[in-house]
Design a protein around this ligand. Structure first.
Ligand SMILES: [Zn+2]
Length: 477
């Protein structure tokens, strides 16, 4: 069943007032605005930008022509063949005023399990009040919201104080090296800004509190992917010799030790800030439990019983460095004992930790003898970053969401995964992850599972909520 967009918008407009809907109070322009945002998102979903290979150029060209029709100049930048980025700028009144970058990525993760999808992943179908398809939430929905905001500011001839920049970029799902990573190195003047707002936060916490609470991502863990190699006696499988000399067996010992290791609990200031801002029931007792190294395990156990079994998988990555084996390779032939075994560790460390800390930890986990038998090769060293909360821009985000959802408060969080913000934070640029989203017909759990999973979809009301947020935020800028 398709639902009428006009009605959807009316419902959004009058949210919280479950009563007669007076259509005369809605401006026609607002209605077109919803229809346009949906159409933009549908069009973007229909352009397959699965990364790898990305092929974002088609989406960048689509946006470029959309902006051209509005009389807005934009620039397409190809960081490598087919890796398209598109950037446009709305000049502010005051060159010295801080600039704002509305940032999104055009690539999406590949779609597996096609049988599990209720509609094909690149259909962009509007069904049951949702726009369906790969990238609807991560993050073409935000691209549509930011693009419509940008175009609307231009149509209304609104001159912000500082420049407002729109950028939809390539390659976020594989590290952003052909997107912001490349642009900040080669086109710095074009993409630099004082503040950046992009994905990573914005979800409404499903808690019963006096005021609604939305998470905002201000920090990310560092990435330290590591290749491990063990070597051993190669030979014929029929005459194996002592198993302890085999590369595979040595690697098994290494993986086993890592799997059975419990990393220490590290409660950083940001985690305390997160817990404080969450306004937990029975504070200050619950606050003390969750910010104490001794009691946090009890707190997580309790939360598992009361809220959800999965909660420990959300909390522990925020207070522990995580070392996870993700790849292993050895041998090719049934009767050959390989002399080499390789494995890869996905290592995520809290801000402030580096490669030397990781080596120390691995030595502790493996013990001196085994540690010396393993060759370690860094693949990526990307320390975690943090943008503080005591900035004017953070206040503007809180003020804007507090107006759209009365009294709403922000909960600053660390993200265990990473986004393009790491490239900006490394350059000292303030970046916040905030694309506001209410829990509508979907539970928080469903939302989390469909990003990078299947049946990804965004409700029209959430698309419009984000669009209104970005528009109001820009008006305040
Ligand atoms: Zn994303």
């Amino acid at each position: 069943m398709c639902i009428c967009l006009d009605n959807v918008y009316l419902i959004i407009e009058l949210e919280g007032k479950a009563m007669d809907i007076d259509e005369t109070k809605i401006y026609d322009f607002e209605k077109d605005f919803a229809r346009e945002a949906v159409e933009v998102l549908q069009n973007l979903i229909r352009i397959n930008t699965s990364n790898p290979p990305g092929n974002e150029i088609k989406a960048a060209e689509w946006i470029h022509s959309f902006l051209s029709r509005e009389g807005i100049e934009s620039e397409i930048i190809e960081s490598a063949p087919t890796r398209g980025n598109v950037i446009a700028r709305l000049e502010g009144k005051d060159k010295s005023a801080p600039s704002l970058l509305l940032l999104s990525h055009l690539d999406v993760v590949p779609s597996q399990n096609l049988d599990e999808w209720q509609v094909p992943p690149f259909s962009g179908e509007l069904k049951d009040g949702f726009i369906w398809g790969r990238g609807a939430v991560d993050m073409k929905g935000a691209t549509a919201a930011q693009l419509i905001t940008f175009v609307r500011l231009h149509r209304e001839n609104i001159k912000p104080k500082g420049d407002i920049i729109f950028a939809a970029t390539a390659d976020e799902e594989c590290g952003g090296h052909f997107g912001p990573g490349w642009l900040l190195e080669h086109k710095f003047e074009l993409i630099k800004a004082d503040n950046v707002v992009t994905e990573g936060g914005g979800q409404l916490l499903p808690m019963k509190t006096k005021y609604p609470h939305y998470v905002i991502q201000i920090s990310e863990k560092g990435i330290f992917w590591t290749r491990l190699r063990t070597r051993g006696r190669a030979g014929h499988g029929s005459m194996p010799g002592p198993s302890k000399e085999m590369a595979i067996v040595k690697m098994m010992k290494v993986i086993d030790k890592i799997a059975h290791y419990t990393p220490p609990i590290i409660i950083q200031d940001l985690f305390k800030e997160t817990i404080k801002a969450m306004d937990l029931p029975y504070a200050p007792l619950t606050r003390r439990i969750f910010t104490s190294k001794r009691f946090i395990k009890f707190g997580v156990w309790l939360a598992k019983k009361i809220i959800d079994e999965e909660i420990e998988n959300l909390i522990y990555p925020l207070v522990q460095n995580k070392i996870t084996p993700t790849v292993i390779h050895a041998g090719e032939k049934e009767n050959n004992i390989p002399g080499l075994c390789e494995a890869i560790l996905d290592v995520r460390m809290l801000p402030g930790f580096d490669r030397a800390d990781l080596n120390k930890e691995l030595r502790k986990i493996l013990g001196k003898k085994l540690f010396e038998e393993v060759e370690l090769e860094p693949i990526i060293d990307q320390p975690g970053g943090l943008t503080p909360t005591n900035t004017q821009f953070y206040q503007k985000i809180e003020q804007t969401i507090g107006e759209l959802d009365p009294g709403a408060k922000l909960v600053p969080i660390l993200s265990p995964g990473s986004t393009d913000m790491l490239h900006f934070r490394r350059k000292g640029i303030q970046a916040y992850g905030f694309v506001p989203m209410k829990i509508d017909e979907l539970s928080a759990k469903e939302l989390a599972s469909m990003v990078h999973g299947y049946n990804e979809r965004l409700s029209v009301s959430n698309l419009m909520f984000a669009t209104r947020f970005f528009y109001e935020l820009c008006l305040k800028y």
